[in-house]
Every structure is written in C-alpha cells, then in structure tokens.
Design a protein around this ligand. Structure first.
Ligand code: TRP
Length: 467
C-alpha cells in the first residue's frame, strides 16, 4: 500500500495534473513536506565540495578574480536556463531523468536519461572519496589534531586503504539517509544542515577578515587579470564549474523537482538556488584566501592542485595553535556537511531510477546501488590521478554534453516548455528569454566549450593509460 500524500494541495494537485495531462498521477510517490524542504534540499545539492574545495582550487589555479567573473557569467547565461529546464522537466513528469525524458520526448529519449544515471554513479564514486578525506580531517581535528607536516599527512591518507575506508564510511552515512526516503530522510537532514552550513561559512569568512595579512588574500582573490584569464582552458574550466556547482547536466535537480507539487514557482526557485550557490562559493573564497595568505602559504596555492586545500589549510591551522585547531574543525565540519547534502542528491538519482525503472524497493535500491558505488570508488581511493581523471571526464565531457542535450531537448524538442514552466504559481515573466537562451545561446556556447574540452580530456585519458 502506498502512503497517501497528506499535503493540503496534494489531492487537488493530482487532479489538476491528470486533467492537464502534464504528469503521471502516482499517489504513492513521496513529496517534499514544505517548500522550504525542497529549497533546502536543492541548495544542499548545489552547495558542496564544488563551492569550497573545487571553486577555491580552480580560482587559484586559473588566476583569481577573472575566473570568478567568467564562472558568474556562465552561471547566469547557461546555468540558470538549464536549471529551470531541469526543474520544469522533473516537476512536469513527476519522474527522475529516465521517466521524465520519456514522458516529454518519447521512448527513444530514455537512453539519455540512462546516461545521466550512469554519470551520477561516476560522480558520486569519486566525490565520496574526497568527502571521505574531509570526514577524516574533521574527526582528526576533533581528536588528535592534524599533524604539522600537512603535506606528508595528506599524502598518506589521500590514497590507499585509509582513503577507501573513509569513502566507505561516508557512503554508509549517505545510504542511511537516502534509505529514509525523500521527505523523511533527505529533507529532514537538509533543513538542518543547510542553515548550519551557512552560519559556519559566514563565521569562517568573518574570521578570515580578522587575520593580519588578509588584505593580500583579498587582493589575490578579487583582482582580475583578464588578459591572462581569457584562455580556452580557463573558459572550459569556468563552464564546467558552473554546471558542477549547480548540480546540472545529469538530472539531479530534475529528480528533486519530481517530488514537487504544482504550486512551486519554478522561475523564482531557480534564481534563489543559483544565488545561494554562487553566494556560498564567493564566501568560501573570502575564507580560504585570507587564511592562506595570512600564513604566507600562497606558494602552495600558486601551483594549486586538487589536493592544495587539504595541504595549505591544515598547514595554516596547525600554525595557529589552539584557535587554529578549533577553526580547522569548523572548516572541515562545513565541508563534510556540504559534501553530504550533495551526495544525497547524486545518490537519489541512482536510487530513484532503480525504483522507477526496475521496480525495486527503496531499501533494495539503496543497498545494491550503494555497494556498487562504493566499489567503483576504489579506483579513485587508490590513486589520486584516477580521481582527477574521473573528475575531468565527468565534468568536461558528461555534464557539459548532458547540459547541451537538455537545452536542445527543452528548447527544440519539447512541446510548450513555457506553459510547463509557469504552471502552478509561476509567472511568464522572462520565460521568452529563457527559451531564447535554451535555443540560441546555450547550445552554441556549449558546443564551443566541448569542442575544446573533448580533445583535451581525451588526451589526458590517453596520457594516463599510455604513460
Ligand atoms: N553541486 C555539488 C557541489 O558543488 C556536487 C553535485 C551534487 C553535483 N549533485 C550533482 C554535481 C549533480 C554534478 C551533478 O559540490
């Protein structure tokens, strides 16, 4: 027996959906219990390691403020339109990517949805390895403290059996929460975790401002050097980051929107989600760069790599003594919380696909898929170069191509996307521009970016396997 939705509008909503033919009425499908619940979960999905770890390391590697500016432009011009497309498809069909694409485009679009689910699998398997590092660092800050020689420490815990163990632990927590369901698992955790994360990031950014040499950090972060920034490499990275940070290009937002009722105002949701996501990334920069510059560790940032944050910051915290240990703890707790709510959305894509398409029960889907993701992550846990490669392939190929496919689908293939987007409490303001962007701006820009990112990524793949 399915649980009947108890929401005030739920039955009316099912009726409307039935009449409009906009969705498949399914009384047993779980739904968010409040609009804040959806908002918290969607922002939780967007805000994560991408905003703190990935954003800071890319900003450092790609030349500071100019990268940030490009990333902001991509968020506005490409990110928000694709986000609104995902929300529209998911809510309209009341299904995850496979079902939603089939609902609006016919059976042959199912393959694209299946590709999205595979992408989710891939991203979660290495994302969870990095999340495992943060979990370990948080526990260490709490108990023994992170050793002074942060580089050696990172070297010994980032790869091998230790890394796998913490990855498995992080996956186990993710499985327990997703196993609880949408409203009673994901939503319950997100409505607490998101406000907590926001407070932590604000506090840490304020703390950064009190440090002696913080001005150097701000200057590095906020001084744009556009001459150096306009390389193709930076462009590709900024586009990839816009997609990754907003959780776009593989149906995560689509899946979350499939648990929404008709009354949600999708245009407003997409603006608020994107603003919150950019806001946290920006704040993360305000906390990371002053801390690093205050201790003269900019060398480590200059030649930034994937692991830089896990070396430079703990190094800085160790120098700061007792305060540093406490600040470090807060910092790594913030990372763990952000990573966890993001992992929930990645895992829900995989789990809901197994429930909807294979007819599995939620516990069965969580168990089997969770174990598979954990095993797939073994490669990334074993070798950081594999992790880096998986991140590049997932972002620079899969997410960008997925975003392109979604823009073409919603802009050109789907009937009446505007009517679907404004259904419920939405308004039509700006929706003409939205469709214009989906048709004429997003595809050419993404094709251009892919034109450069595909060969570069394939070359890296080739070099990895040949060398
Ligand atoms: N957006 C998250 C972050 O910034 C990561 C994430 C969660 C994600 N779900 C996603 C990335 C779906 C791509 C697709 O950390």
């Amino acid at each position: 027996m399915g649980r009947l939705p108890s929401r005030r509008y739920a039955s009316e909503d099912l009726h409307i959906r039935g009449v409009l033919g906009g969705g498949v009425a399914q009384a047993s499908r779980d739904q968010w219990s409040s609009s804040f619940g959806f908002f918290a979960a969607a922002v939780g999905s967007a805000v994560g390691l991408g905003n703190m770890w990935r954003f800071s390391y890319l900003t450092a590697e790609k030349g500071g403020a100019a990268f940030v500016a490009l990333y902001l432009v991509f968020t506005l011009v490409i990110g928000i339109p694709v986000l609104l497309a995902e929300l529209t498809l998911g809510r309209g069909a009341q299904k995850g990517p496979i079902g939603a694409l089939a609902h609006f485009g016919g059976e042959r679009w199912k393959a694209l949805g299946a590709l999205f689910v595979v992408t989710g699998f891939l991203i979660l398997s290495y994302y969870s390895v990095i999340a495992g590092w943060t979990l370990r660092y948080a526990l260490e800050s709490l108990t023994v403290g992170i050793p002074r020689d942060a580089a050696a420490h990172f070297g010994s815990v980032s790869e091998g059996a230790d890394a796998f163990l913490f990855h498995a632990l992080f996956m186990a927590i993710t499985m327990v929460i997703v196993g609880g369901g949408v409203s009673r698992g994901i939503e319950r955790v997100s409505v607490v975790a998101m406000p907590l994360l926001f407070v932590l990031v604000c506090a840490l950014a304020l703390y950064g401002a009190t440090l002696e040499n913080s001005a150097g950090g701000y200057r590095y972060y906020l001084n744009a050097d556009f001459a150096n920034a306009l390389s193709l490499d930076v462009l590709v990275a900024a586009a990839g980051q816009a997609f990754f940070s907003l959780s776009l290009g593989m149906g995560a937002m689509m899946t979350f929107a499939s648990y929404l009722t008709r009354e949600a105002h999708l245009t407003r949701e997409s603006w608020v989600i994107a603003s919150a996501d950019f806001g946290v990334a920006f704040l993360a920069g305000l906390m990371v760069f002053p801390i690093i510059f205050a201790l003269g560790l900019q060398g480590a940032v200059g030649e930034s790599t994937l692991g830089a944050l896990f070396v430079a910051l703990p190094g800085a915290f160790a120098e700061m003594g007792g305060t540093g240990r406490f600040v470090g703890l807060l910092f790594f707790v913030a990372l763990v919380v952000g990573a966890l709510t993001s992992a929930l959305s990645l895992f829900e894509v995989v789990v809901s696909a197994a429930i909807d398409e294979l007819g599995w029960s939620r516990p069965k889907a969580v168990l089997i898929m969770g174990v598979l993701v954990t095993l797939l992550g073994a490669g990334a846990a074993w070798n950081i170069a594999v992790l880096d490669l998986m991140d590049q392939v997932a972002n620079n190929l899969f997410l960008l191509a997925g975003g392109l496919a979604l823009a073409v689908f919603t802009g050109w293939v789907m009937d009446e996307p505007i009517a679907e987007a404004r259904a419920g409490l939405g308004s039509s303001r700006g929706l003409g521009i939205w469709r214009f962007l989906l048709r004429w701006v997003v595809p050419p820009v993404l094709i251009f970016v892919l034109w450069h990112s595909v060969p570069a990524t394939l070359e890296n793949l080739w070099m990895f396997f040949a060398g």
